[in-house]
Structures are given as C-alpha cells and as structure tokens.
Write a protein that binds this ligand. Structure first.
Ligand code: NOJ
Ligand code: CA
Length: 551
C-alpha cells in the first residue's frame, strides 16, 4: 500500500507521462523553429539574439504555437551557422548569456509554452578545447579519445567513407574523421564492427566512446536542469560509424533515451534522422519526414526532373508519397510522432519553385497542418517569406542562406528585424519592395498569417485533427488531384481535400455513409461534398483546400 501511494504521489509530482514515455504536453505541441541569428536583433549589431526572441514570444503564442526550437545558440566558430560548437555549456555571446537563456525559458514557461534547443551530438568545432587537446601527441589525456585519429588512410575505403578523412598532420596523427565540413571533427561514438586492421576503429563500449556518451548526458542534464524542455538532436542517425543497418546507433539511442525518460520524464528528444521507423524504435519522441517531390524538384541541392505535386500545373503524382507516408505512419503509430515540417534551415522555403502566392501557400499549409503527428512551422513560413535565390554565403550557409534571411516584421527599411545599418544585417533581407510582413498581415483577416492561426485553432480544439488523430487515405492515389484523406478520433471525423492545381477537380470515394457533411474551413466555401449510395463525390475549385466535418 505504502509503495502504491509513493507511486501515485510520484506520478502526480512528475506530471503525466503516457504509456510510450512521451510527456503529455507533446500531444498538443505545435513547434516554431527559430534560426536565432535571423529572428530578432535587440542590440542593433545586425544579428538576432535571445532578448530579441524574448520580445516576440507573444507573437509566437498568438499564432497558436506552444513550443519553440532554437537552432544552436552555443559558443561557436560559426563556420557552419552554429553547428560547429566550441563550448556546449555556454551560450555564444552574440546571442546573450546563459542567464538570458534561462530567463527566456522562464518567460516561455510563464506562457504555458516549452523550449527546445539543438544538440549537435555528432561533432564539435575544430576550435573546441576538446579537439585541441586530442591533437596533442600524448594520447592519455582527458579528451584524447573524444575524436577518431588515424595514422594512415587505407586505400580500400568506399567513396563516402573516404570523404570523411581530413588530413590534419597533428602531433597526434595524420588524419581525423569529420562529419560535415572539415572544421567539424566527428565525436567518437565508436564503430559498429571494428576492423582489427584499423586500430582507430574502437568498439562502442571502448573507454573513449563511453566517455563521449557520458559527456552527451552531461550536456543534456546541464540544460534540462536549467529549465530547457529538450533537444532536437543533430545527425542522430550517424553517431556510430560504419553502421549501415543502424543497429548499433539504434542501440546507443535506446540506452540514452531510456536514461533520459527516467531522469527527465517531461523532456522531449527529437531526432534529426529522417526515418521515424528507426528513430522511434530508438526511443525518440519525434522524427521528421522529408516531403520529397511533394514540394520540391531538388534533391541534395540539385534540380531533378521530378514533377512536383504542389504546383498549379498539376503534373505531380502522389503514389510514392502515399507509400512512404503509409509505411512510416503504420510503423510508428502509438509509439512516437512523425513530423512533416513546413521547412527548415537546410532546405528551400515552401514559398519557392513557382509557389509564391498566398492562395497556393494556404493550400499547402492546409495539408501540412492537418497531418497527424507534431506540426513544425519554420519561422516566416506563416507569412509566406520567400526562398531568396543567390543570397550570399554566410558562415557556411552556402545556398541555404536563401532560407535564413531576416524575419520580416513590418514595412520599415530593415523590416523591424534590426536597427543596424542595412549592410550590417546578418543576411540581406528579401529585396522585394512588397515582401510579406507580420504587421500588414495582422490587420488583414484573409491573410496567410490569419489563415494559419485559424487552422491551428481548429487543430487545437478538434481532437481528430490533432497530433494523435488517426489518418486514412481516401482518394485513389493514381488520380493525384484532389488528394483526399480522413482524420478521426472517437466520434470526430473530418475529411480533408487538397487541390493545388489551377483547374477544378473532382474525386469519388467509397461512401462514408454519413448523415451530413459540412465544409467547415478552408480556402473556399465552394468546395462541396455530396453523399451518394456507393460513392461520395468531392468537388473543389481551382487552387483550394477544404476541411469537411462528417456526421
Ligand atoms: C544538419 C543541420 O541541420 C545542418 O544545418 C548542419 O550543417 C549539419 N547537420 C551538420 O551539423
Ligand atoms: Ca544582436
């Protein structure tokens, strides 16, 4: 009896954690991703900062968002936009101080919201004191085995493996292994199947990899104990090297996620893995899906001849998407959450590739914000900020800077982002005189911003449309337009129909045998649903998306 009481009290103190070990707040979480250098500058140096973010929390909350994720804010050499960390325990001075980050978390919590940081788990900067120490000839120092050093480069490496070898000519050894840029030496989590002829390939249980895992736990603990609610984990899928089936990486994360769930039951860990089937098995709460040719003809920065689905031309297809989504969804349902984000700091914005007007973007946002799983809105996508071609390469952004331009708050010269000289802004603004901005859209009830607000409001007040609502594809995937699917929970049933094309379209689906079906929200009052004996008929005007309530 006594232990039962202890359990009950423990449960009440810790707050509710669902059977799958997700904190309850994730069930209704809607994320906003902030690229900190580009969001709001508070001190006029032209670079966004924590105080700036703090001053915009009310705006963020007003959209219907309740969680923010910040790209890395740690002390960095900024040769990859902060993904090259020098000190994981310290906020970079360009953003503010540790105290200000704690204050930001407090302000977030005061509003009933949550805040998640970016854990660059895979590597550090080559300017990190850990790396500098590991370069020394003495191999028995604290950080000696935090990295992977090799005296010679075997010539039987695969092309991909070989591309990770960086010639450093350090006292320690000639080569080290990197992850992304040469300035990002990989942290040593070991190798899945160490080759005995390659002494640098340590097992995941060797002292070096074990110490690195402990360091990761220390970083997580340091920030969670200061009020941070969790992390998005950069490159979560590629910590253990030579692990093609990901078994060793999954095992590593199972252990870490198990520890995390025990220690921080209200914390959340989000994988940058792009394969929820694996990452959810590894114990993560959320992982991302890639939209692929739903929204983009680009693959790894290169244009392909793929026909994109969300275009007016209506030449796209949905067969691959349906298969991919169904597979990921059915393998993760009731275990963890998928997320199909509106965008992120690495890929072109949704307002690109001929999809620049608000009418088209509203159709796409209706699709994105009626998906099961956790919505992520990339800053500025709510107002239709555009991907800016030929933005200059800033801090290793390469062509990703077009997606990282300053947030557009108002119609003033620097769009309300900063009081610095125009030439000193982190990245130049969208040069278009008619660039969208928050102030203008606030006052227009039909703006994209208010459309997103209404969608999120509907989502938060309608369980079937929420993160845990079930999803069923209803239309014939071989007839791509319109796409029709259902969201359902308990007695709540909603059908969503999506038509990005510039022509009116019609779908016939197996009858849902409803009594009434009403067009309750969307871009058009003229989308209709007719109940038939065997088949129901859905008609949509050009460029439209409609949510029907089924009773
Ligand atoms: C993925 C991040 O999203 C990206 O911005 C970064 O360059 C690489 N990981 C390397 O950390
Ligand atoms: Ca600043």
């Amino acid at each position: 009896m006594k232990s039962f009481l202890v359990l009950v009290i423990g449960f009440l103190i810790c707050g509710a954690v669902s059977a799958q070990n997700h904190p309850d707040w994730v069930k209704s979480a809607v994320f906003y991703q902030i690229y900190p250098s580009s969001f709001q500058d508070s001190n006029g140096d032209g670079i966004g900062d924590l105080k700036g973010i703090m001053s915009r929390l009310d705006y963020i909350q007003s959209i219907g968002i309740n969680t923010i994720w910040l790209n890395p804010v740690f002390k960095s050499a900024f040769k990859d936009g902060g993904y090259d960390v020098i000190d994981f325990y310290q906020v970079d001075q360009r953003f503010g101080t540790n105290t200000e980050l704690i204050q930001l978390a407090e302000e977030v919590h005061k509003r009933g919201m949550h805040i998640v940081l970016d854990l660059v788990a895979g590597h550090s900067s080559n300017e990190s004191p850990w790396f500098k120490q590991s370069m020394l000839a003495d191999k028995n120092l604290q950080y000696s085995d935090y990295y992977i050093w090799a005296p010679n480069k075997p010539n039987d490496l695969s092309e991909q493996e070989a591309s990770r070898w960086v010639e450093a000519n350090a006292p320690r050894a000639k080569y080290f292994i990197k992850n992304f840029y040469d300035i990002q030496p990989a942290l040593n989590y070991g190798y899945a199947n160490p080759n005995p002829n390659h002494p640098w390939e340590q097992s995941v249980d060797a002292p070096g990899p074990r110490a690195v895992r402990r360091e990761l736990q220390n970083i997580i603990t340091f920030w969670l104990e200061k009020g941070i609610d969790g992390f998005r984990v950069d490159l979560a899928a590629s910590l253990v090297k030579n692990d093609p089936d990901k078994k060793a990486t999954i095992a590593l994360w199972k252990e870490l996620n198990g520890w995390f769930d025990q220690k921080f039951p209200q914390g959340v860990l989000i994988a940058e893995w792009f394969n929820p089937k694996q990452s959810i098995e590894a114990g993560f709460d959320i992982d991302f899906l890639r939209p692929g040719k739903l929204t983009s003809a680009y693959e790894r920065g290169k244009k392909t001849d793929a026909k994109v689905y969300f275009t007016k031309a209506g030449e796209g297809d949905i067969v691959d998407w349906k298969q991919y989504f169904t597979d990921q969804y059915s393998n993760t349902i009731n275990k963890g959450y998928l997320s199909l984000p509106t965008g992120n700091h690495d890929s072109p914005r949704i307002a690109s590739e001929g999809r620049e007007d608000a009418a088209q973007l509203k159709v796409l946002l209706t699709f994105l914000l009626t998906q099961p799983g956790v919505p992520f809105i990339y800053y500025g996508d709510e107002i239709g900020m555009k991907y800016i071609q030929n933005s200059p390469d800033v801090e290793g952004s390469k062509n990703r800077s077009g997606t990282r331009t300053p947030m557009q708050w108002d119609g003033s010269e620097n769009a309300g982002f900063s009081t610095a000289q125009k030439a000193n802004l982190y990245i130049p603004l969208d040069p278009d005189a008619n660039r969208p901005n928050v102030a203008k859209q606030e006052s227009d009830p039909n703006s994209q911003l208010n459309y997103v607000r209404n969608l999120l409001k509907l989502r938060s007040t309608t369980e079937a449309l929420g993160n845990d609502g079930d999803w069923t594809f209803l239309s014939d995937e071989k007839q791509a337009y319109p796409m029709v699917y259902m969201r359902q929970k308990g007695n709540g049933k909603y059908v969503i129909a999506i038509n990005p094309t510039d022509k009116a379209v019609e779908a016939k689906i197996k009858t849902l045998q409803a009594n009434h079906v009403n067009n309750i929200y969307g871009t058009s009052k003229n989308g209709t649903y007719k109940i038939g004996k065997e088949l129901d008929t859905i008609k949509l005007p050009a460029v439209s998306a409609v949510i029907f309530k089924v009773e």
